[in-house]
Design a protein around this ligand. Structure first.
Ligand code: COA
Ligand code: AMP
Length: 634
């Protein structure tokens, strides 16, 4: 039996121009588009060709003009600094236009790139919006990345300016950002003309005369900048994400498609209304933060929340409930790992009972597979819909989910429910044919992708086509494997590449292997993701040493753990490695990472027919046992 959502979905596939053309009417255009979908150069597609708009105008000024100036735009709540404040739309407009004025005064113009390397403070979204106001392309780099990763992004994006803060505060640790920024600029071949630094009371950053500018005094003296008209197809931002090598992919997001799609999702997927408080407990460094801390809620006229804290320990497992009750939050979006942390510290949900959660309506989870236990734990204690939805940095919004604002489908545990409008999801075999319902295969999406999804990779059109559009011609390859059941529910089972998901953070094991391989004593190495009760997965390294190396294995492991922290960052959570004599390989020399992972996780597996020497597998199992893995192998 069809329902209103199924009809909506069918229309989005049959008549994408009609569907998204109508959705586009919710956005304020300086000039409406000439063509809703430009499909003249497949596999490249462009939405709203000819349209002109400004994303910052739509997210800020428009609401002030419509009488929402005194409504809270951003609630900043920082248990780690015991501070907080509320910024109205009018105040946001003033601060964003001043910061845009500062950027302009240091030479930033439409099309220039600006890197934003910030902790979770309101100045992070303000910096992003200031770029959008000028038509400059922001690229936010997550604060947990080390200088070397920041340097890679500086070299690729070639920013005219970098915006940062003097420090971040992570739980009880104060982490100075400026030394990391300076180190990254030293390492990078490209040098930004200017840096704008927000000085926090915890740490005063030393400013380099001529290059560095103080945020507060510069903004106070700046001439506010107006919104610059941008083509719908101009880039709004670049967000780097892990690829299969150490070289991250610069996902590009355009202005027009992004604004239309995100606006649409706020009502139809999240079921919120303008003026309500919507909270994505994530970080602006990730796509969830871009779409649902900054742009989605602000485009829609909601109040968004910038939370500088953790689900537990700041100060306790009641942190989220305190937030929901104090700030009258209707909708929470976070990663399952956050709930696993809460459940671990407060298994009975005692903290939940201490707060008034009557205004709380729904919990959305994404970033990794939601395990049924976690969903049920939350359902039984919160008494609101707990909805898994599946998406990627590339897609910018949910590929599949449960559209609460249109039709609530029955939850099937372990499934991310139904494809969202515009996402023609199929399960294909390696021959690019659709498999039967229930069979596992590669999850692909028939082109064109809907608005808001990536049009290309920054300065890397060929890599875009090669990475996503070549293996399954006519389709976008998601890199996830899974199946669709008879009711059309999508089930995400695993990645088909070497990407792992650590506490909802996407990381490349290939990138970590590059770091391990750079150690002087390491001849060969492999990194796999092993199951972890809290973080979903954690990385684990295998090292084969060069002949004649005499140093203790413990010292070498310590070295490589330090090296990954230094080169990639603390967020990789690379803390475990073992030294082994050789790696299991196929006869053609391919490392059998999947088999190693199954041994580590004590999952049943077949010895691959192509294995070069099966006798190696017990050696791997016994090495893993020393770390507490491979419990079931004898
Ligand atoms: N700046 C600097 N360092 C950071 C950082 C940041 N913004 N974010 C994390 N780190 C560091 C942490 O301090 C930690 O360092 P350590 O090894 O010295 O302790 C390391 O990176 C790993 O951090 P994290 O993965 O956050 O682990 P944790 O043990 O501190 O916390 C959770 C565990 C589950 C509570 C936490 O990961 C969490 O809240 N996850 C939610 C995930 C999320 O929001 N995902 C976004 C997608 S929706
Ligand atoms: P990121 O680009 O960091 O958002 O990571 C995207 C990847 O995270 C996806 O390709 C999936 O592998 C995984 N992922 C995100 N959301 C879900 C979900 N709801 N269920 C299963 N996997 C998910």
């Amino acid at each position: 039996m069809t329902n209103i959502f199924d009809e909506m979905f069918a229309r989005s596939i049959k008549d994408p121009e009609g569907f998204w053309g109508e959705a586009a009417q919710a956005i304020d255009w300086i000039k409406p588009c000439d063509q809703v979908l430009d499909a003249s150069k497949p596999p490249y597609y462009r939405w709203f060709r000819g349209g002109v708009l400004n994303t910052c105008y739509n997210a800020v000024d428009r609401h002030v003009a419509a009488g929402r100036g005194d409504q809270a735009a951003i609630i900043y709540d920082s248990p780690v600094t015991k501070s907080g404040r509320t910024i109205t739309y009018r105040e946001l407009q003033d601060e964003v236009s001043r910061v845009a004025g500062v950027l302009r005064s240091v030479g930033v113009e439409k099309g220039d790139r600006v890197i934003v390397y910030m902790p979770m403070i309101p100045e992070a979204p303000i910096a992003m919006l200031a770029c959008a106001r000028l038509g400059a392309v922001h690229s936010v780099v997550f604060g947990g990345f080390a200088p070397a990763e920041l340097a890679t992004r500086i070299n690729d994006a070639k920013p005219k300016a970098i915006i940062s803060a003097s420090c971040g505060v992570e739980g009880s640790k104060v982490l100075p950002y400026k030394p990391m920024l300076d180190a990254a600029i030293d390492q990078a071949t490209h040098k930004p003309a200017a840096c704008l630094i927000y000085q926090r009371p915890q740490v005063a950053a030393e400013l380099k005369p001529g290059r560095d500018h103080d945020w507060v005094s510069s903004a106070a003296a700046a001439t506010p900048a107006e919104c610059v008209p941008c083509a719908a197809t101009d880039p709004l931002y670049i967000l780097y994400t892990s690829g299969t090598t150490g070289q991250p992919k610069g996902i590009v997001r355009d202005h027009g498609g992004h604004a239309v799609a995100l606006y649409w999702t706020m009502k139809h997927i999240y079921n919120v209304e303008p003026g309500e408080v919507y909270w994505a407990a994530s970080d602006v460094g990730w796509v969830v933060g871009h779409s649902y801390i900054v742009y989605g809620p602000l485009l829609y006229g909601c109040t968004t929340v910038v939370y500088e804290g953790k689900p537990v320990g700041t100060p306790d497992a009641g942190a989220f409930w305190r937030m929901i009750s104090q700030h009258k939050i209707t909708t929470l979006f976070t990663a399952p790992t956050a709930f696993r942390a809460i459940k671990r510290d407060d298994p009975e949900g005692e903290f939940i009972k201490k707060y008034d959660l009557t205004g709380f309506r729904a919990l959305f989870l994404a970033g990794e597979r939601s395990d049924p236990d976690t969903i049920q734990w939350a359902e039984n204690r919160l008494h609101v819909p707990v909805l898994d939805h599946w998406w990627q940095t590339e897609t910018g919004w949910a590929i599949s989910g449960n559209p609460l604002g249109v039709h609530l489908f029955p939850v099937k545990y372990g499934s991310a429910t139904k494809p969202m409008p515009g996402w023609d999801v199929r399960i294909h075999n390696p021959e690019n044919e659709e498999v039967k319902r229930g069979d596992i295969g590669a999850i692909v999406v028939k082109l064109p992708l809907p608005p808001g999804s990536l049009p290309t990779l920054w300065n890397a059109d060929d890599r875009y086509v090669k990475s996503y559009l070549t293996e399954y011609p006519g389709c976008y390859q998601t890199g996830d494997a899974g199946f669709m059941d008879d009711d059309g529910y999508v089930n995400i089972m695993a990645r088909t590449d070497d990407i792992i998901n650590v506490a909802g953070h996407r990381l490349s094991t290939g990138g970590m292997e590059e770091v391990l391989a750079s150690h002087q004593d390491v001849a060969e190495c492999a990194v796999i993701g092993v199951a972890d009760q809290l973080k979903g997965q954690v990385p684990l390294g295998f090292l084969v040493l060069k002949a004649g190396v005499k140093r203790s294995h413990d010292d070498i492991v310590k070295d490589v753990v330090g090296l990954v922290r230094e080169k990639i960052g603390a967020v990789a959570d690379f803390k475990r490695a073992v030294v082994i004599d050789r790696l299991p390989k196929t006869r053609s020399g391919k490392i059998l990472r999947g088999t190693m992972q199954k041994i580590a996780d004590s999952v049943e597996f077949k010895v691959p027919a192509t294995i070069d020497d099966p006798a190696i597998l017990p050696e791997i199992a016994s090495a893993l046992k020393t770390l507490g893995y491979a419990k079931s192998s004898s």
